[in-house]
Design a protein around this ligand. Structure first.
Ligand SMILES: *Cc1c(COP(=O)(O)O)cnc(C)c1O
Length: 414
């Protein structure tokens, strides 16, 4: 039973989260996902039309008319649900079709769909590694990878973020293991930086290790034809396992996959628990995702537009005097260092009609608070021009324009 004492213990726990200033509140969006959305925040307030600078809608496909139309068709011809996990009676031919499309697009040997990329990461390591193996992960990998590694009996080790010398030392140290797996994100979500996959593949060849890359923030738009970080780094076909999501650039609904070496994917089909014990994506999503694959295989127009938007936005921010993390991905962090400052600026931006979120500890390291902006192919130039006007106005108010890390910390502390 849920006694008063029991309830009070949870009330105390929630109050603790509030006191730490990390209590999260949902913002209700009264519109389809897009460049401009109607947002209700705080809960109960009247809605406000804002420019969305914080979605993972990189290719602007979340509400694309052709994707929506395809999803409707999927609903009509294949029904709403499967009422089964894949290996009992939850697999339609269209699931296999989508897997084949993903295999072709990612340049791998086979693919297995999962309910989400979180589930793909939760299942994959345990399915393919044993206690005789070792996982060597970049220290900034996504939380879902950390969780997946916890479920796996293989030895665990880490290397300093993108530090290839450190990775090499770790590979040398673990030569006695049966198999070694290097584990990294393709694009790191907080800084928007890319893994050095060319170097990683080189080390993997030298020290006989497999390479695992989570491409959630890359699939569909990084690389000349949008295949991902492996394309960008010139190592297409050299990655042993790719996991990625359908929940970001590839339509943004839900679903994920493990794609890679035939035998590894087959082992996931035999053993990965989220695949065996949870329904996969519904037919309506498969139809939408097939259309997405179609659209992005035919033309690079949307990823090219995203690239142009990214270049334009990075230049606008720099010219205005903001301190941004350099790079080429559409994740553009505006560095503010101080948590309260990041929150205050995000609040003021919202008042100006710009929706962007402040990130601070524990999501990023202490003293690294920022506003993470994200570009989309759905943004038009006028959206970005309006956004920079607001950023500039608010930046002036807080006197952060033209200021670097040292000066901002002097003014506001860490
Ligand atoms: C978003 C994300 C995930 C989770 O994807 P879902 O399909 O929403 O579960 C996994 N890994 C990385 C790197 C991500 O950015």
């Amino acid at each position: 039973m849920f006694s008063d004492k029991c309830r009070q213990s949870y009330i105390n726990e929630l109050n603790g989260i509030k006191q730490q200033g990390i209590f999260k509140q949902e913002r209700f969006i009264h519109a389809p996902q897009g460049a401009e959305i109607e947002v209700e925040f705080p809960a109960g307030a009247s809605t406000k039309k804002v420019i969305n600078m914080c979605a993972n809608n990189y290719l602007g496909l979340s509400s694309h008319p052709e994707v929506v139309k395809a999803a409707h068709e999927g609903l009509d011809v294949r029904g709403y649900g499967m009422s089964s996990v894949r290996f009992i009676c939850g697999t339609q031919d269209i699931h296999r079709q989508l897997e084949n499309k993903l295999t072709e697009f990612l340049g791998t040997e086979d693919t297995l769909l999962f309910p989400s990329c979180m589930d793909a990461n939760a299942g994959v390591f345990e399915a393919v590694l044993t206690d005789q193996d070792v996982m060597i992960a970049d220290r900034l990998v996504h939380a879902s990878i950390v969780d997946g590694m916890r479920l796996c009996k293989a030895a665990q080790d880490t290397y300093k973020h993108s530090d290839m010398e450190h990775l090499e030392a770790k590979l040398q140290e673990h030569q006695d293991k049966r198999n070694r797996m290097i584990i990294t994100d393709g694009v790191f979500s907080m800084d928007g930086d890319l893994a050095k996959l060319d170097k990683i593949v080189e080390l993997a060849e030298k020290y006989d290790a497999m390479v695992f890359v989570d491409e959630s923030h890359a699939s569909g738009f990084i690389g000349k034809t949008g295949r991902g970080t492996h394309e960008h780094c010139g190592v297409l076909g050299h990655i042993d396992i790719i996991t990625t999501t359908l929940g970001k650039a590839l339509g943004g609904a839900s679903g994920g996959c493990v794609s890679g070496r035939r035998e590894l994917v087959e082992l996931c089909r035999q053993r990965a628990r989220p695949y065996l014990f949870s329904n996969t994506v519904a037919p309506v999503i498969v139809y939408g995702a097939l259309k997405v694959m179609d659209l992005i295989s035919k033309t690079t127009e949307r990823r090219d537009k995203l690239e142009q938007n990214t270049i334009y936005w990075r230049k606008l921010l720099k010219d205005a005097g903001f301190d941004i993390k350099e790079g080429e991905s559409p994740i553009v962090p505006v560095m503010l260092y101080n948590a309260k400052l990041a929150q205050d600026i995000a609040t003021d931006l919202y008042a100006e009609g710009i929706y962007a979120i402040g990130f601070f500890f524990p999501v990023v390291p202490k003293g690294q608070a920022r506003i993470r902006t994200q570009l989309s192919a759905a943004h038009e130039k006028h959206h970005l021009d309006k956004a920079i006007e607001a950023f500039t106005k608010v930046g002036k108010k807080y006197n952060v324009l033209g200021k670097g890390k040292k000066e901002i910390i002097e003014m506001y502390g860490m």
